[in-house]
Write a protein that binds this ligand. Structure first.
Ligand code: BGC
Length: 750
């Protein structure tokens, strides 16, 4: 039966349900007191009270939009639809695509209404899942943090932890216990539209950030934790053609060496759920890949939580991927491969067919019990069987939360170029601020703002500062955008105003977008912006370029001729303030690139490339020539490195290598430096990377202060995965370690 038939049935069977009563705050009775314990026995008793219909329902996740009256503001639940769905589909979860952010009152009303009907239908509490990927973005008034790419650029795990904790708190205030974050796919293909949602190209950085994020989201200390979801398992970030949800080719050993470890890190940190990617990997759609979903994820990595599909992906097995001929076969294949919960999210056929498959004996009840148990266990762990007091918590967008958003934005902002100390700007200079992102906060927030794609985000009622708004507080500013991203506005007036300034701050961007709508065919920044830069450059006034971008867009003349370039990523609700504060030196920048910034359209490469990738057409070694390297980022302080020493110059493969290096701040102000340790395997039986990040620490030093920084590196981790093997193996031989401009060699023995 499809959704339209069901809607008709609802119309025919209209019961009288008093929605008005529900919208008034009522006390939510405790759902089955005896269910509040989290012991195995309790879990058993919950499960034994469930019918097979209830269990199949637990594996079903529908879009909450199905039970909302269209376009209502404030939101209105279609109580007949909700009651009907709960009665007939027995669902375990709703996911959120409402199309806009809700106020706290609306959230409160929605969650209480759902809970009332859940109880009325003798169901266990639902898991409400949402894409709170950089803050509780679908709650009006919440703080929005930089997107993950910016978070990674801060190289500050403490701040990422705190931001995740706040996300959990603000989601819980909205009655939401489950977020579809973090993304632990690697960002190694900048054309891909979800590149900005990753922690960048490096596996080590992604692992560390994944742990910080999962630990923050799920931190029980604050009692308002949410379940995290590591996504999109696995290799999703490397589509061959750069387009979302397309074919990925990754060899088994590279999968294990680069792409699986961030999932492993999230699992070791206790992540409660994992989302399966929508792609096919080496020809097999992930949703039917029993080997990766069960043998590797469960048996090898030890994942015990809930494995959920992405949007409509079981249906996509026959519709898009064409590996099955109909929905029934798709469901059979996906459940057999290991899927626990299907993000259906808008048909009723999944539930009915899965139930039928079980009743027909094609899927065993035991298999259904496995998944149901994991889902119910997650609900118990999240306290969903307890009274939902947090619905009354109104800690949204508090000062202390804004402060973390500001700190994270400040530490993410990466100064890529700064000729002759153009930055920080002297506050007495006459500045002309221009470009599409100068006074438009949508470019700071990006996609997953108050709406999915972000460009249609309405944030005017909120007190989020643009770059211009904050600059105006600090200096002598004139403003005219001059252009939109792809459209000339009033360039002549802008040029006229610019000619009277001593410095131009040009704020460029790309229109926020994500997933399929973010598919692009070229990485080059829009022509309109390029031409506008060139016309401003003709005025021979220094130009500071600020980039609020989803991914590296090729800059051409801009990179060459700008006096300074600041990469701000999508910096969130405090981003405008943070950017302006970096420009004027209120903040000493400390962000470092979490990816390699390409120079050429087809010259995309990562920092951990092979030596052969460096060979140029003249057989020299200039073949790797990005605009800016991974790990690059300038400070207003001058940091120097000295006295690099290794505990020993010869180690065994089970040893820990101790690295000591002295860092000094020779600048005139306090600053933070990310000390990055890279190691190169000089010769190996499989082509080695020219270097790999093996550790880092972010250190703050006052002017003239120095500090001895210590690292402990497990020699075992320096190995690589041989084809056909499951884990890393370190070969004997010489390795070179480098920190800053220093290097030292050591030998690994067996
Ligand atoms: C995206 C996921 C997201 C899901 C739910 C999908 O299309 O790929 O990242 O969590 O939608 O909104």
């Amino acid at each position: 039966m499809d959704i339209f038939c069901v809607k008709k049935m609802i119309e025919r069977n209209r019961e009288k349900v008093l929605i008005v009563i529900l919208s008034i705050a009522f006390s939510v009775p405790l759902i089955a007191q005896e269910m509040s314990l989290s012991s195995d026995n309790k879990l058993d008793s919950i499960l034994s009270a469930m019918s097979i219909e209830d269990k199949v329902g637990q594996m079903t996740q529908l879009n909450v939009k199905l039970v909302l009256k269209p376009e209502k503001n404030p939101i209105q639940v279609d109580s007949q639809a909700l009651d009907f769905i709960l009665k007939n589909q027995r669902i375990g979860s709703f996911m959120n695509t409402i199309g806009r952010a809700l106020t706290l009152m609306e959230w409160n009303y929605l969650q209480k209404t759902i809970r009332y009907f859940v109880e009325k239908n003798d169901l266990i509490p639902l898991l409400y899942g949402i894409d709170a990927v950089h803050g509780a973005n679908y709650t009006m008034g919440s703080v929005i943090f930089p997107h993950q790419l910016g978070q990674a650029a801060s190289w500050n795990e403490d701040l990422v932890f705190k931001a995740s904790e706040i996300t959990a708190l603000e989601c819980r205030a909205s009655g939401i216990p489950w977020v579809f974050a973090p993304i632990v796919d690697l960002g190694r293909q900048p054309l891909w539209g979800q590149f900005f949602e990753t922690y960048g190209e490096d596996v080590f950085l992604a692992e560390r950030m994944a742990v910080a994020s999962v630990s923050g989201l799920q931190n029980k200390d604050q009692g308002l934790n949410v379940g995290g979801c590591a996504k999109h398992y696995v290799g999703y970030g490397l589509p061959q053609n750069g387009k979302d949800r397309t074919t990925v080719h990754i060899s088994d050993n590279i999968l294990r060496e680069l792409h699986i470890p961030p999932f492993k890190a999230a699992i070791d940190a206790g992540v409660m759920s994992v989302m399966i990617g929508s792609h096919d990997l080496n020809g097999l759609p992930m949703n039917v890949n029993r080997y990766l979903l069960t043998n590797v994820l469960r048996d090898e990595l030890g994942f015990e939580g809930v494995l959920v599909t992405d949007w409509a992906d079981i249906k996509n097995l026959h519709i898009t991927h064409r590996v099955t001929s109909d929905y029934r076969r798709s469901i059979l294949a996906a459940i057999s491969a290991g899927v626990d919960m299907a993000m259906v999210p808008e048909d009723f056929i999944f539930y009915e067919t899965l139930l039928d498959l079980v009743l027909a004996g094609e899927i065993s009840e035991e298999r259904i019990n496995q998944s149901t148990r994991r889902i119910v266990d997650m609900k118990v762990k999240l306290g969903l069987f307890d009274e939902q007091d947090y619905l009354l918590n109104k800690k949204i967008g508090e000062e202390s939360h804004q402060r973390v958003a500001y700190d994270l934005a400040s530490e993410s902002i990466t100064v890529l170029k700064n000729v002759n100390h153009t930055l920080p700007l002297n506050k007495k200079l006459k500045v002309f601020v221009t470009g599409p992102a100068a006074n438009d906060i949508r470019f700071q927030i990006g996609a997953w703002g108050r709406t999915w794609q972000g460009m249609d985000t309405i944030v005017t009622s909120e007190s989020i500062m643009s770059i211009y708004a904050r600059m105006k507080e600090l200096g002598e500013i004139a403003l005219l955008p001059g252009i939109a991203v792809d459209k000339i506005l009033d360039v002549d007036s802008a040029l006229n105003m610019a000619s009277k300034a001593e410095v131009i701050v040009l704020c460029l961007s790309e229109n926020p977008s994500t997933e399929k709508p973010a598919d692009i065919n070229s990485l080059t920044i829009s022509n309109t912006q390029l031409e506008y830069f060139n016309r401003l450059h003709n005025l021979e006034i220094p130009i500071v370029v600020v980039l609020s971008q989803n991914r590296p867009r090729l800059l051409g003349d801009i990179a060459e001729n700008a006096s300074a370039v600041i990469l701000a990523y999508q910096s969130g609700s405090m981003g405008g303030k943070a950017i302006a504060d970096v420009i004027y030196g209120e903040v000493n920048p400390s962000g470092k690139l979490p990816f390699t910034y390409p120079r050429y359209e087809h010259g995309i490469s990562t920092y951990d490339h092979a030596y052969a990738d460096e060979v140029d057409p003249m057989y020299g070694t200039n073949g790797f020539n990005p605009e800016w390297e991974f790990g690059h980022g300038l400070s207003y302080s001058e940091f120097t490195y000295s006295n690099l020493s290794l505990g020993r110059d010869s180690v065994f493969k089970d040893d820990t290598l101790i690295v000591l290096v002295e860092l000094e701040n020779k600048g005139s102000r306090t600053g933070k430096e990310v000390v990055q340790v890279y190691i190169s395997d000089e010769v190996a039986s499989l082509v080695p990377s020219v270097k790999r990040l093996r550790d880092f620490k972010k250190i703050e030093l006052d002017k003239n202060q120095s500090k001895l920084v210590t690292f402990h590196i497990d020699v075992h981790d320096l190995g690589f995965v041989h084809p056909g093997e499951a884990s890393k193996y370190v070969e004997s031989g010489w390795f070179t370690l480098s920190v800053g401009d220093l290097s030292a060699r050591f030998f690994v023995r067996h």
